[in-house]
Design a protein. Structure first.
Ligand SMILES: [Zn+2]
Length: 232
């Protein structure tokens, strides 16, 4: 019944936006991977319940993660997995290049919810080496949506042009800009009203900058942590 209603809603949308020409029945080509995902999901849910019969009941009752993770959308950097945390222990925001922008309502909303409502005590900005978003900032400008998004990274590259130029090759410049980008986002975070207000009212809140190495799966602390309650 719900499937019928959902299709009806989609058809209604397509009446108002005929140019979308919604295809309500995906072809076998598009569907070939998807049934396996539902099988995987059932197996995962069953495993969770076997290990901990009250797992889902507890998750429904409360969400109280200590950590907000701001990371890259890259599929090779799954936040919970690389730090070994189960569901419910990491509040996650991801985008291309792990960028924190003052005009990004999505990121600002996640931050506000994490700090004001969930009372997270740590914010981790986690970049990664060999980041495609960072690499794009070394390429030519385009008219694509990504161009507007990575303008921030191009600006960081410009700010550190001398340091980057002194490095041995393009790969070294790429990896260093991955680090510099994390540092810049930590700096932006520390000036956002949600964070500043939390510090002003004495709420424990620290911001950290980490980087993940795709080549060995290891995280590294860039040692730029900021905690207004414990300066220095
Ligand atoms: Zn990336």
């Amino acid at each position: 019944m719900s499937g019928f209603l959902n299709r009806l809603i989609l058809r209604t949308v397509s009446w108002f936006f005929p140019h979308l020409s919604l295809r309500l029945k995906a072809s076998p080509f598009f569907m070939r991977y998807l049934p396996q995902l539902f099988l995987n999901n059932r197996a995962w849910a069953s495993q969770q319940t076997c290990q901990d019969p009250e797992f889902f009941e507890r998750l429904c009752a409360i969400q109280k993660p200590e950590l907000l993770w701001i990371g890259c959308a890259d599929s090779r950097v799954p936040a919970n997995e690389i730090v070994g945390l189960p569901s419910g222990e990491l509040f996650v925001h991801r985008n291309v290049g792990n960028i924190v922008r003052r005009d990004d309502q999505n990121c600002l909303s996640v931050l506000q919810y994490a700090v004001d409502i969930l009372q997270t005590t740590h914010i981790i900005v986690c970049g990664h080496y060999h980041c495609g978003g960072i690499q794009a900032a070394f390429g030519p400008c385009t008219q694509d949506p990504l161009e507007g998004w990575i303008a921030t990274i191009r600006a960081i590259r410009q700010t550190h042009a001398d340091e980057l130029a002194a490095l041995v090759d393009d790969d070294a410049r790429w990896q260093r800009l991955c680090e510099l980008n994390v540092l810049a986002q930590v700096g932006v975070l520390s000036t956002l009203p949600t964070v500043v207000r939390a510090w002003e009212r004495g709420q424990p809140l620290a911001i950290h900058g980490w980087i993940y190495d795709l080549r060995n799966g290891l995280l590294r602390d860039l040692e730029v942590s900021i905690n207004a309650n414990q300066p220095g």
